[in-house]
Design a protein around this ligand. Sequence first.
Ligand code: ADP
Length: 493
Amino acid sequence: MIRKILMAIITFPIKILKGVRDWFLHTFKNLHLSMRKRIATEYLIVYSLTGLFTILLVPFVFVFFEIDESSDDVNNKLNQYFVSYIEEIYDVEALEVKINQVYIIEDVSLSVIIEENGEITTANTGEFLKNMFPNNPWEYITNIFNRGLIAKKISKYTLYNEKTNREIIFEIKGYYSIVKYKLEIVTLGSILLVFYSVGFVFISMIGGARVKKVLSPIFHMTKIAEQISVSNLNMRLDIESTKYELKDLAITLNDMLNRLDKDYGKQKSFVSDVSHELRTPISIISGYASMLERWGKKDEEILNESIEAIKGEAGNMQQLVENLLTLVRSDNQTLKYEPTDFDIGKQICSIVKEFNMVNTKDQYITCESKEGICVHLDEAKIKQTLRIFIDNAIKYTPENGGIKIKCYDIDKEVYIHIKDTGIGIYKEDLPYLFERFYRSDESRTRQTGGHGLGLAIAKVMIIGHKGKIKVKSRIGKGSEFIITLPKILDDNI
Ligand code: ADP
């Protein structure tokens, strides 16, 4: 209970201070000041508080130093007296006369306490306040304000009395009146007040303008940001006119705009590529539909040709849409990987066998892979990826060319090489090879089919398996794609 009451007493002033602070912050917030005014006001508040503190503190510090100096004088005067006093008889009255002389000169109420052989004798000036020597700081401060007095333990000596062969301890205590420093305190306080007031006016006038100047790049940035939209994503913030952290902010925002601009550009070209890829099959389908409408209903040959073409183009569009969906799912991180245990060496050889059976070109595809390379990966996706690479190798390798597929494992990784003796890829095309809808000019002109999405999808799948791809190519000599995959993919990906 007592503890609770004590706690309540201790926390009460803190609660009041907190309340005052909250009220102040709330009021300040409700003023809805602009950033500039807010900063200027906050500076003025801090300045005023510092000023107030200095005005109150400096005069008192000055008085303390004055008193300290005076106590040194008192000490010197009495010290000489004690030495001669000890050689004579103890005469408290004579000592009192002496300290009264010092009192008159130095204007300090003194008390000298003499202790010899456990016996205590005291000599006081007439006005010394007995039992009022404060022991704790609070009492000390109240004494200053209530009585205008500063108590000071001036010094303590131990002297040796040769006559009695005993030690005598002298202790001097004094009370200084700060009232006599009133003029100095008021003068010093007033001078400081004048200086601080001038500073206040100066800061209020100059400070606001200065803050406005410092913040002007922000206003400028806001204006530019208001103007930026998708139609002018190429606008940038002015970095030259900004400084310090605002310069960093402008650079960061410009970097962000660069990224947005680039991504938006990619998005735009993606949409235009998709439209472009869809236009051909749609116009073929609509062309055949018109032909059927006009002549084909009764002509079986036209009818069959149209059905074949429409089916082919529909399949083409379906493939495109499926590829796009795979890429969109990968972007949205919703492409699921379902790893199972299988023999990748065996799988590669069976894919090569399938290709050899359906490949109409005069090429021979060889598989150099030992069986028994067991992996824990998404079998369907690995199959799809390998088909993309082998399909490309077939597409871009002329008749009589050769395609070699090799698979081996080292430690925890599997390496797959797909090497052809085809047309090769230009060095400058290599960085873009895995981008969506990227097709080198060579392959565009050759009408090899495809939409330029195969390698983009293969990359998504390999990265999804935490694997890597490397390409080596020489024009006219052929290309080699090297895929590295970890043997085990975590189930919870
Ligand atoms: P596409 O459907 O056009 O084949 P891909 O994404 O699979 O799309 O390939 C992108 C481009 O990379 C191709 O258009 C072609 O220019 C080039 N390319 C891919 N594989 C090979 C290869 N084995 N030899 C030569 N060029 C290739």
